[in-house]
Write a protein that binds this ligand. Structure first.
Ligand SMILES: [Zn+2]
Length: 254
C-alpha cells in the first residue's frame, strides 16, 4: 500500500504567481472534494489563519479570532496575503499531526539514521541533517520514505480508533504535504478533555509514532486547510480515501 520508489524527482516551493492562480482557480473545487462537513460550515469554524508571502503568521490577537461568513471571504483572505500555508481552527475536533521532519528526527527510517536525540547544532546533528537534505526530495529535512512512514503512522492511528469503535466515516486521514493529519469528528472523541488528549498524544509517541503533541492536546489549535496548497512543497493537502494507495510522487500534485 505504501509505495517506495527511488526517484530523482525533487520538490520546490510554489511561486507567488502559482499561489495566486491556485486560490483563484482550483481551490474551491479541491476544498469541496477534501474537506469534512465541519470545516465546510465556514461560519462554525472558530478561527482562520495563514502564513503570508513574507513568512509571517497571520492570526487574530487575543480574543479576536479571524472569522469569515462565506467561502469567498476565506478565499480572498488567502489571495490577499499570498498564503504560503493556510489554516483553520480545529475547535473541539480530535486531531493528530505527524510531521515528516519529526519522522526523520525520531523514527526509524531505513534510508538514514535518526538524529533527534543529538544536541541541536552539534557537528553530528548537522552532519546527519546534511545527509538527509541530500536525499530526495533534496534540500528538505526528511526523505520521501519519511513521508511514507508518516502516512503509514496515520493509518495505524486510524486503525486504533476503529478498534475502539469509532465509525470509519468519522475518521479522516490526509497527506498534508510534509506529513500526515487525522481529523476525527465523532462525539466520543471531540468531547475528550485536554488531559485525555495529552495522554493519547504521549501514548502515540511511545508506540513509535512521533506526533506533534500540541496539535492533539493544545488550546486554540490550527491545522492546514484540506484542499489548500502547501507552498513550501507545492503540494495539496489531500484526503486519503479508504483503500486508496498513497504515492509520494503523484498524490497531492496540483
Ligand atoms: Zn527518511
Amino acid at each position: 500500500m505504501y509505495k517506495w520508489e527511488p526517484t530523482h524527482v525533487t520538490w520546490r516551493p510554489a511561486s507567488q504567481e502559482e499561489i495566486h492562480q491556485f486560490y483563484n482557480t482550483k481551490f474551491q473545487f479541491l476544498f469541496e472534494q477534501n474537506a469534512s462537513s465541519f470545516i465546510k460550515s465556514i461560519r462554525t469554524v472558530p478561527e482562520w489563519a495563514c502564513i503570508d508571502r513574507n513568512e509571517k503568521f497571520i492570526r487574530g490577537t487575543l480574543g479576536k479570532a479571524i472569522q469569515f461568513q462565506t467561502f469567498d471571504e476565506l478565499k480572498n483572505f488567502l489571495i490577499e496575503n499570498g498564503a504560503i500555508s493556510a489554516y483553520y481552527g480545529t475547535g473541539s475536533l480530535f486531531t493528530v499531526d505527524i510531521d515528516a521532519k519529526d519522522v526523520a528526527k525520531y523514527a526509524k527510517c531505513e534510508h538514514h539514521p535518526k538524529f533527534g536525540d543529538l544536541k541541536e547544532g552539534s557537528p553530528e546533528f548537522i552532519s546527519r541533517l546534511d545527509y538527509i537534505r541530500n536525499l530526495n526530495p533534496r534540500n528538505y529535512p526528511y526523505c520521501f520514505n519519511c513521508i511514507s512512514l508518516a502516512i503509514k503512522g496515520i493509518h495505524k492511528l486510524k486503525q486504533i480508533l476503529l478498534e475502539i469503535g469509532i465509525p470509519e466515516n468519522e475518521i479522516l486521514v490526509y497527506f498534508s504535504g510534509q506529513g500526515a493529519h487525522l481529523e476525527c469528528t465523532y462525539p466520543r472523541m471531540t468531547e475528550l478533555k485536554k488531559e485525555t488528549r495529552g495522554f493519547l498524544a504521549s501514548y502515540f509517541t511511545t508506540i513509535g509514532i512521533p506526533v506533534d503533541k500540541v496539535v492533539t492536546y493544545g488550546d486554540n489549535r490550527v491545522l492546514r486547510i484540506p484542499g489548500s496548497l502547501h507552498g513550501k512543497v507545492n503540494r495539496i493537502k489531500t484526503l486519503l480515501k479508504p483503500g486508496e494507495e498513497f504515492n509520494v510522487i503523484t498524490t497531492g500534485v496540483i
